[in-house]
Write a protein that binds this ligand. Structure first.
Ligand code: TYD
Length: 195
């Protein structure tokens, strides 16, 4: 049995990742490839419980390090119970966010530093990485407008300042530059179809 591919979608808030993940899953299915769509933080029963802890409440509820460890606690459950078993069955897994979000949000935007996040990643994940990552790049001012008009439930991160979201954009672009073989950047400021 050929191992499935692990594809992750990354970027700031409001860049349309979730919609595009769904479109990709649909077209893969049409091509006869079994796919599993999932998200982080979350994806398993335990990780979804951690998701509620980390996304709800005031922005200062957790320190950057607590946030990072909660993300990785959720992630290891997700990888061990859902992602790896699916890949072993030959299923392609598409995840709305994965470890690059920890690097961008906790490492850069929360200021923990990239080295600390990479160290935690190595201890918890070993060498496990996505086969392909798409970064959805968008002007944070436009993205914020999209988030507001969608009228969705806002998380602790949506409530952060524009400065925070500008740092995030810069972070994702830098992470993409550091990993040219794995990460592909897409300009997300277009119509659903063109993106
Ligand atoms: P969600 O509502 O799914 O946001 P979005 O639609 O923008 O993906 O909430 C997930 C939030 O969690 C998002 O703001 C990014 C944040 N996050 C981190 O800070 N670190 C992480 O490692 C992950 C996976 C997510």
């Amino acid at each position: 049995m050929k191992r499935g591919k692990f594809v992750t979608f990354e970027g700031g808030e409001g860049a349309g990742k979730s919609t595009q993940a769904k479109l990709l899953a649909e077209s893969l299915e049409q091509a006869g490839i079994e796919t599993l769509q999932t998200r982080e933080p979350g994806g398993t029963f335990g990780a979804e419980a951690i998701r509620d802890l980390v996304l709800e409440g005031t922005t200062d509820r957790w320190s950057g390090m607590t946030e990072l460890l909660l993300m990785y606690a959720a992630r290891i459950d997700h990888v061990e119970k859902l992602i790896k078993p699916a890949l072993d069955r030959g299923v392609w897994v598409i995840s709305d966010r994965f470890a690059d979000s920890s690097l961008a949000y906790q490492g850069y935007a929360r200021g923990l530093g990239a080295e600390q996040v990479k160290a935690v990643h190595k201890v918890v994940m070993g060498g496990f990485e996505p086969d392909l990552t798409i970064v959805f790049d968008m002007d944070p001012v436009l993205a914020q407008k999209r988030v507001e008009t969608r009228g969705e439930h806002l998380t602790r991160f949506d409530a952060e300042s524009l400065e925070f979201h500008k740092t995030l954009r810069h972070a994702f672009l830098e992470i993409a530059e550091e990993n040219p073989d794995r990460i592909h950047t897409v300009d997300a400021d277009g119509t659903r179809g063109s993106v």
